[in-house]
Design a protein around this ligand. Sequence first.
Ligand SMILES: NC(=O)c1ccc[n+]([C@@H]2O[C@H](COP(=O)([O-])OP(=O)(O)OC[C@H]3O[C@@H](n4cnc5c(N)ncnc54)[C@H](OP(=O)(O)O)[C@@H]3O)[C@@H](O)[C@H]2O)c1
Length: 239
Amino acid sequence: MESLAGRFATVTGGTRGIGRAIAERLLREGVAVAFCGRSGAAVSRAVEELEPLGRVFGMAADVTHPTAVRNFFQAVENAFGALDILVNNAGAAHFRKVGEMTGEDWHRHIDLNLNGPFHCTREALPRMIRRGGGSIINISSLAAKNAFSGGAAYNAAKAGLNAFSEALMLDHRHDNIRVTTVMPGSVETGFSGNPEKRAGDTSWMIAPEDIAEIVALVLKMPTRTMVSTVEVRPSRPRK
Ligand SMILES: NC(=O)c1ccc[n+]([C@@H]2O[C@H](COP(=O)([O-])OP(=O)(O)OC[C@H]3O[C@@H](n4cnc5c(N)ncnc54)[C@H](OP(=O)(O)O)[C@@H]3O)[C@@H](O)[C@H]2O)c1
């Protein structure tokens, strides 16, 4: 396995949940980690909490706004001078049947779960190619392949992300860019997706740290090998 020490990573949505666990895991590997979230207060708090683990940079930025994304990546470049790893993690879902969905609901899902990763990837690619390569991890969902009632906007956005991720991999593998799509099932976070599932006993759910462990393993694979897709499920989902 390759060492990640001395690498530079950017994680979107790093203030809590899966993104936060990935940031922590990478810091423990000796990676310098930049992250964003929309809430400036949450970013400042996370920077303070993560600083003891290593080199951290945080900034409030909304991944759905191309100008904010450009400014964020420029600020990361000013702080770190390099980018080796991008984790497109920021995402959310608010479930509604199609007949009850507004155009705004639809666009919000596509903007966050699909357009956001596109904007961030466009910023990351030239920087990685200049360095001779890099890794992009797209945090998708099993909802990308398993549609369910109320999930149309999220299902479609994550299915789009899977397709984007695969084409991106084919476009840039010869630039030494490795692209991995991670598709978790239910993860124990405050994810806006399905509050019902988060009521009561949640011990059956995947822990965010488990996803972070998988991301670290994928990144540490010898550079000759690319893990292109990972499906992750709770071993024993609630019946
Ligand atoms: N939890 C699950 O069961 C599960 C399952 C499969 C896939 N996933 C995927 O895993 C990813 C992380 O989910 P999670 O459960 O960890 O969610 P979470 O706990 O709600 O955390 C989401 C993170 O993203 C940030 N964020 C949200 N919208 C943003 C935006 N427009 N721009 C920048 N940052 C933004 C949030 O901070 P702010 O709110 O301050 O912006 C927060 O840091 C998502 O892509 C989700 O679809 C989750």
